[in-house]
Design a protein around this ligand. Structure first.
Ligand code: PXG
Ligand code: PLP
Length: 442
């Protein structure tokens, strides 16, 4: 396909699109041809501002030459090397560089290729840890309602987005869920963290009482659930969850696939909230979305418990062909250079206030029932139409795309996470296009 090809000359049948209404999409496709900085260019040559950093991953903005050059150099130097019983220097360099920015003590890094693989890897490490720590009865995994941890069987099972689960009736056994924290009645239009709901962390105590702490290996939550429509945690909630896990010997896993790499104005949400998990999953922004890659960060406690037994023995029977792929490592190292040189992992802290105030200007528009924000994440939620949940959200999304704004929709909520290079004028543009679309469609 060439740049700026007419959409109606592209054959659409063979590509079975992920998480898409395929038949609806193919009747009126929305196609991007190129991207630079904050903007996509559609195949018909229109500029479309990127309100969601691709799929929450292009944190340094599009078209970064430094990453492209590193990838090309790596492909021509060492295109692939195994990391099972072999290695290559970039894998070690990349892990060291990641450890430097990691939350306190989470400096052991296991590489994957996606957030889904990171979630499954972290769950397996948690199970392996509990066995190694002499607690083999701890086999239960706890997720949270409205959570998203990717689409593998592990991540799906601990996940809590109903549509992602109900079509696939076979899940992992020994899984349970704590309640989600979304509370429109008490917290609508909260700025930053909602005031009410820290006590919802006590729902973990309910599951401890029900199942017995000695059966629970780990709890996995997103510090800020993203896919479900950006739900900032109530003030004090994550601290309380950490305390309950400590009290009962349960590992805490933060899924930072979205919140990692500067999204909130700190390198990771763990640092932003001052709560350190035992394991942390990442992907997306780790390579600025360029080359698939993910990483699970483990504490020394978790890691060292598994570094036992005879030295000639494999400690963890787990890994992917492409774990620490040389090209992904090269892309990731170049990405970390950009984040460092441009201060992007903390830039969100400077501009988050402007982002919050701009989004909250949409309060009062027709059918806007909630606006949420934390760091450079934000959501605007509309009331669903009677008997047609999601229809209004979809129409607004299409209208925005036609007028030059791309953003994610989740039902009737718009989830936004602009690249961390966003300027105030870009924020104004995003909010203005969205506001006009809401007025037109609502
Ligand atoms: N955990 C979290 C918290 C995620 O947000 C995954 C795991 C899975 O990552 P992979 O790389 O396997 O997709 C995710 C991914 C959206 C949207 O707009 C969100 C994700 C992916 C695609 C779209 O809601 N999150
Ligand atoms: N399926 C088969 C037949 C394989 O040989 C392998 C890896 O060797 C896999 C699946 C797993 O692939 P990956 O390591 O890319 O996850």
């Amino acid at each position: 396909m060439t740049l700026h090809q007419k959409p109606n000359t592209i054959k659409l049948d063979s590509f079975w699109m992920p998480f898409t209404a395929n038949r609806q999409f193919k009747q009126a496709p929305r196609l991007f041809a190129s991207a630079e900085g904050m903007y996509y260019t559609s195949v018909d040559g229109r500029q479309v501002i990127d309100g969601s950093a691709g799929l929450w991953c292009v944190n340094a903005g599009h078209g970064r030459r430094q990453i492209a050059a590193a990838v090309e150099r790596q492909l021509m130097t060492l295109d692939f090397a195994p990391t099972f019983q072999m290695g290559h220097p970039l894998a070690f360099d990349f892990a060291e560089r990641l450890a430097e920015i990691a939350p306190n003590g989470l400096d052991r890094v296991f590489f994957t290729n996606s957030g889904s693989e990171s979630a499954d890897t972290a769950l397996k490490i948690a199970l392996a840890y509990q066995r190694a720590a002499g607690q083999p009865t701890r086999t239960r995994l706890i997720g949270r309602e409205r959570g998203y941890h990717g689409v593998g069987f592990g991540g799906m099972s601990v996940g809590g987005m109903v549509n992602n689960r109900k079509g696939f009736p076979v899940h992992l056994p020994y899984v349970d869920h704590i309640r989600h924290t979304f509370d429109l009645a008490r917290n609508a239009f909260a700025r930053d963290l909602p005031a009410h709901g820290a006590e919802l962390a006590d729902d973990l105590e309910r599951l401890v009482a029900l199942h017995g702490a000695e059966t629970i290996a780990a709890v996995i939550v997103e510090p800020v659930p993203g896919s479900t429509g950006v739900l900032p945690p109530p003030q004090g909630y994550l601290q309380r969850l950490r305390q309950i896990c400590d009290r009962h010997g349960i590992l805490l896993i933060f899924d930072e696939v979205i919140t990692g790499f500067g999204r909130l104005g700190a390198p990771f949400a763990a640092q932003y909230f001052g709560v350190t998990p035992d394991l942390m999953t990442t992907a997306k922004g780790i390579t600025n979305g360029t080359i698939p890659c993910g990483a699970v960060f483990a504490s020394r406690k978790v890691h060292d418990a598994l570094m036992t037994g005879p030295e000639a023995q494999i400690e963890l029977f787990h890994g992917y062909t492409y774990s620490a792929h040389p090209v992904a490592c090269a892309a990731g190292l170049a990405t970390l250079d950009i984040y460092r040189d441009e201060g992007l992992l903390t830039r969100g802290a400077e501009i988050a206030g402007y982002w919050r105030d701009a989004l909250h200007q949409l309060k009062g528009l027709p059918n806007v029932i909630d606006i949420r924000n934390v760091g450079l994440m934000g959501a605007v939620e509309l009331a669903p139409r009677k008997d047609a949940a999601g229809a209004r959200g979809y129409e607004v999304m299409v209208d925005c795309f036609n007028r030059g704004l791309y953003m994610r929709t989740s039902g009737d909520a718009f989830a936004m996470s602009p690249p961390l290079i966003v300027e105030k004028s870009h924020i104004d543009e995003i909010v203005s296009i969205l506001g006009d679309a809401i007025k037109r469609v609502a």
